[in-house]
Every structure is written in structure tokens, then in C-alpha cells.
Design a protein around this ligand. Structure first.
Ligand code: ATP
Ligand code: MG
Length: 567
């Protein structure tokens, strides 16, 4: 491809609206342009990279035995009503009507459509297992679309769905996908971890893993053992229980005692005032669980894990109570809540139950209670794991290592759905004994456009993008230094033609630009191998430089061509 013909609008400066590095680079290197919030056009270079990614995904899905289909984006609301998701999906679902006033949704995911498709076609166990996938545009009216392609409202997803006869079969299908995901992310040159995840609102039983690209911009937190392979989303992360009280805790008042704590609502204010560490306190938070007030208690240095609380209560909706409710429940302003005398259900985290004594709000303005002995005063509470794992906690698996935290971008998700959709949509098959059974399903997503951004978050330097080989829009960039020098131009054209003939994707910078401009652009767009045709062109010598290396080597053009053809 001749660069003079390529629609490649590059920008010198990063537009101010782009916060994420990947977003800045995609705008600067002419990969994408925004049409509306979270909605983008892919320019030729961006489209090429996206196709590369789609191809990697497609090859690995096919290798895993999945078959490609393409389902409609427009889906009848009726189907979503049958699965029960039309109302609970909320404002993220893009809804519309046709000319006959029939309701539709633009697919944010395709469990309903695929289940109804298979329901009509697969009626015998002999037709199972079956895994189908597609690579298609999804629509989600996200509350906060941001960071370019990382959280879009219209984005590219690979979604696969497996149908099995049994849970063992599902496990095999799940592991096929799990392994395929490992191959995909490795081929993309991504640093990632597969982490245990919470089953969330999609429902279903059994396992679920998220694949997290490690990057500081990530919205998720991953807790990983520094010793073994254990890694989990913080939402779900377990930790090795400490059976003893945390060391270093100072003794507090021995008996129950009201302490005057004027205006001190936060542990960071109380702790220095009482000369105690945060872990000497009992934090009390009032939540609304499906509309019912509930108090959740954790140690002062710990954070409540709302997902664990929600799961323990089997609640659909869990949210912090507003100030008014908290005041009504505790009889005191926010900041002075404590467990004593509350008439709502109490959930106490296990770490409290090994404390000898602690301090909590007295449910009275400006007062706290010291000397609360959880084993006595909280004996009526429901106990369990209600807190986030914390950095330095013991690993729950090997019990040797300690947990370390990373930020992650969720690029993929594998999920054992079980019979959630086959039951609600009445979709099943006849087993070998002629009995009707629901399909045992799994679903498997990869945010293909998000993955593009995630790769970029890990592959750049101060001059621009450094593409991993398999994802680069072109493999080789041929640049004649002087546009006016006929020998250089001819040789560059010759090399580019030879490479193209050999099937190597090559970009030839034939623009009438100064060398500085060409090299700056070349660094920005990040093609892995550069062949520079300069002053030694007459002797057939050229410079070869890899984008991820600082030094260039001078070689004969035949060598350059054979090196470029190697990959
Ligand atoms: P998130 O927690 O980031 O909103 P999700 O749990 O809603 O993700 P899934 O429903 O599991 O995501 O979708 C499958 C995959 O699609 C995700 O792993 C992610 O890579 C991608 N994805 C989800 N939402 C978006 C989005 N708004 N923009 C781009 N990719 C997305
Ligand atoms: Mg989401």
C-alpha cells in the first residue's frame, strides 16, 4: 500500500478529551474517530487491526470446534420478556419500535436469540454438544462510556454459546473455550491473568472466569497470590482466614464504656484521637437489601464487599442506605452508627469475631462505645466473609503466599450458565432414555474492540504505538529517506513490490515529506519492521530497524527482504 494514497489522518497532539493512553494513540495514529459518545468509526488502519484481531479469535474458536454464525442485532422484545430480562436489563438495553409499533431491542448479548434458535433445531442428545459463535456489533447504552473503545456503547464482541447434555459436558466445553482464550490473548501479545469471578446478575451455577489485561487504567481490581496461581476479581476474592486477632492491636477499654468523640465521624479522625489503629474499630454501614435496612459490620481497616453481602442475603438489589434512612435506623447522624441496640438484621464479618474488643458508634451524636466484645455483644449477628480481600492477606489456596493487587481490564469472560436460559425459554432435547432435558449451557465473550485498546495500553512508548507482530496493520514499513532521490525511490518501490508479491503486508511511504516527518509518523503508527532506503541505496544497502529496538542495522536489500519474509 502506498502511504500517499492511504486515508491516514494522524494528529501531532493528543486531543484533550482522551484520557486513556490507548484512546490518545488511536486518535493520533488515525485508527478511529468518534461519532458520538462511545460510538466510533474505524479508519483504514484501525479496521485492519480489528480484522487481525477478529482473525485470531476466529482461528482459535474454529480450532476449539466452535462454528461461526451471525445473528441479528435487532431482537424482538417478546423474546426478552420470555427470559425475564426485558425489564431487569435496565437502561443499558437499547429499545426501539418498528413501524407497526412492535417493540425491539438492539442486542447487548445473544443468549435469548441463540437459545431460541437451537431450541427449534436441536431436539436429540445425538446433536450435542454444540458450540456456536459470532463476531458482531453489540449495543449497550452504558452510563459512562469512556476511554475510547474500552467502554463503548456500540462495540465489537465475540460471543460463543455452548449446549451440552450434562454438567460434565459443559465443563469440557468450558475448558475448550478457556484454553482457546489463553491462546488468543497470548497471540495478541497481551499480559493478562485468568481470574475467578463473581457470577453476577446473568445468573447460572458453577464456574466463571474473567480474563484481565493488566493495566493501570483498568476498572477492575485483581487479587493474585505472589506464590501460586490463585487470582480472583476483588469482587469475589477469598483469603486465608487468620484465626487469631490481628497482631499489633492495642488493648482498648476492657468493659463497655461510652466515649466522648465530638464531631468524629470517620475512623481516620477517631483513630489518632483515641491513639488507636484502624483495626481496633468496628465499622457499621447501613444497607438497603431489596428495600430492607440491614447493618453490615467489618473491622475498621477493612472494606465491605457488597457482592459477598448481596450473595449472602440472596438479594437482587443492594445499595447503601441514604442518610435519612441511616438516621432513622440508628437514631443518630451518619458516622455514629454502631451495632448495639439496632433492631435491623446484623451481618458481622468473620474478622470481628476473633477481636477481643472493639470500638463502634454509640448510635448517639458525638459518642462511640469502647469495649464491645463481638463474641458477646454480636452473638446474634449472621457471621461470614463480608469484606474485600486486602493486600497482604494470606492466599486462600496455598496458604503460603500473600495477595497482591493489580488493576485489570476485563477483555474476556467465560461463564457456566447451566439451565438458566434453557429453562426460562423452555429449550431442551430428548436424552438417550427418551426423557426431556434442558440444555446445559455456557456463554463466552470477548470484547474484541476493547481488546484492541487493552493491547495498546501495554504496547507503546513515548513516540507512539509498538504493535505486537500478529496485530500490526502492516508488517513492514518501507521508507525512502529522500523523496527527491530517484535511486532511493526506485529501490524502495522495488523492495515494497517484492515483499507484497511474497505476501508480506507492506506500507510504502512514498509521500513528499521531510525525513523527520516520515520517521515521526512511522514511530506513531508502530509497524514492527522498518526498512529505510537512504544514501547507500546505490550499493543496494538499506537500514533495518525494529520498532521495539533502538538500533538499526545496515544490510543488503536481499537480506532485508529475506528477514522481512521470515515471519
Ligand atoms: P463490564 O463489567 O466491563 O461492563 P460486562 O461484565 O458487562 O463487562 P460481559 O457482559 O461479560 O461484560 O461481555 C463480554 C465482554 O464484552 C466483556 O468481557 C468485555 O470484554 C466486553 N464488553 C462489555 N461491555 C463493553 C463495552 N461497553 N465496551 C466494550 N467492550 C465491552
Ligand atoms: Mg457491563
Amino acid at each position: 500500500m502506498r502511504q500517499s494514497q492511504l486515508f491516514l489522518p494522524t494528529l501531532r497532539e493528543a486531543p484533550s478529551e482522551a484520557e486513556a493512553v490507548s484512546h490518545q494513540l488511536m486518535l493520533r495514529a488515525g485508527l478511529i474517530r468518534q461519532l458520538a459518545a462511545g460510538i466510533y468509526t474505524y479508519l483504514p488502519l484501525g479496521r485492519r487491526v480489528l480484522r487481525k484481531l477478529e482473525q485470531i479469535v476466529r482461528e482459535e474458536m474454529d480450532r476449539a470446534g466452535a462454528q461461526e454464525v451471525l445473528m441479528p442485532a435487532m431482537q424482538p422484545a417478546e423474546l426478552w420478556r420470555q427470559s425475564g430480562r426485558y425489564d431487569i436489563y435496565g437502561p443499558e438495553l437499547v429499545r426501539l419500535r418498528d413501524r407497526h409499533n412492535r417493540e425491539f431491542a438492539l442486542g447487548p448479548t445473544h443468549e435469548e436469540v441463540i437459545t431460541s434458535l437451537v431450541r427449534g433445531e436441536v431436539s436429540s442428545y445425538r446433536q450435542l454438544p454444540l458450540t456456536l459463535y459470532q463476531i458482531q456489533t453489540k449495543f449497550r447504552d452504558e452510563k459512562r462510556p469512556r476511554y475510547g473503545l474500552l467502554r463503548g456503547r456500540e462495540f465489537m464482541m465475540k460471543d460463543a454459546y455452548s449446549f451440552d447434555e450434562s454438567w460434565e459436558g459443559l465443563h469440557r466445553s468450558y475448558m475448550e473455550m478457556y484454553e482457546a482464550y489463553n491462546r488468543i490473548f497470548t497471540r495478541c501479545g497481551l499480559r493478562y491473568r485468568a481470574v475467578e469471578a463473581d457470577a453476577g446478575s446473568i445468573g447460572g451455577e458453577g464456574g466463571t472466569h474473567e480474563f484481565m489485561a493488566l493495566a493501570d487504567i483498568g476498572e477492575d481490581t485483581v487479587a493474585a497470590c505472589d506464590c501460586c496461581r490463585y487470582a480472583a476479581n476483588l469482587e469475589k476474592a477469598e483469603y486465608g482466614r487468620e484465626l487469631k486477632e490481628a497482631s499489633g492491636q492495642q488493648p482498648c477499654v476492657a468493659e463497655l464504656e461510652r466515649l466522648y468523640t465530638p464531631g468524629m465521624k470517620k475512623i481516620d479522625e477517631l483513630a489518632p484521637y483515641l491513639k488507636l489503629e484502624a483495626k481496633a474499630f468496628i465499622k457499621t454501614l447501613i444497607y438497603m437489601a431489596d428495600g430492607k435496612p440491614t447493618a453490615v459490620l467489618v473491622r475498621g481497616d477493612h472494606e465491605v464487599n457488597e457482592i459477598k453481602v448481596k450473595n449472602a442475603l440472596s438479594a437482587n438489589v443492594l445499595e447503601l442506605a441514604d442518610h435519612e434512612t441511616t438516621e432513622r435506623v440508628t437514631g443518630a447522624p451518619v458516622g455514629f452508627a454502631g451495632p448495639l441496640g439496632l433492631s435491623v438484621p446484623l451481618l458481622a464479618d468473620d474478622a470481628l469475631m476473633v477481636m477481643k474488643s472493639g470500638i463502634a458508634g454509640a448510635n448517639e451524636t458525638d459518642y462511640h462505645y469502647g469495649g464491645i466484645r463481638p463474641s458477646v455483644h454480636l452473638s446474634h449477628a449472621i457471621t461470614g466473609d463480608f469484606r474485600n480481600a486486602a493486600a497482604g492477606d494470606k492466599c486462600p489456596r496455598c496458604e503460603q503466599g500473600r495477595l497482591t493487587f493489580y488493576r485489570g481490564i476485563e477483555v474476556g469472560h467465560v461463564f457456566k450458565l447451566g439451565t438458566k436460559y434453557s429453562e426460562t425459554l423452555n429449550a431442551g432435547f430428548l436424552n438417550a432414555s427418551g426423557e426431556e432435558r434442558p440444555y446445559i449451557m455456557g456463554c463466552y465473550g470477548i470484547g474484541v474492540s476493547r481488546l484492541l485498546s487493552a493491547v495498546l495500553e501495554q504496547h507503546y512508548d513515548s513516540n507512539g504505538i509498538v504493535w505486537p507482530d500478529e496485530m500490526a496493520p502492516y508488517r513492514v514499513h518501507v521508507i525512502p529517506v529522500s523523496a527527491k532521490d530517484q535511486t532511493q525511490r526506485d529501490l524502495a518501490v522495488h523492495i515494497a513490490a517484492r515483499l507484497s508479491e511474497a505476501g508480506v503486508e507492506t506500507l510504502l511511504d512514498d509521500r513528499e515529506e521531510r525525513p523527520g516527518v516520515k520517521f515521526k509518523d512511522a514511530d506513531l503508527i508502530g509497524i514492527p519492521l522498518r526498512i529505510v532506503v537512504g544514501k547507500h541505496a546505490a550499493e543496494g544497502m538499506v537500514e533495518l530497524k525494529r520498532r521495539n529496538e533502538a538500533v538499526a542495522v545496515t544490510v543488503h536489500l536481499e537480506n532485508a527482504i529475506s528477514i522481512a519474509c521470515e515471519k
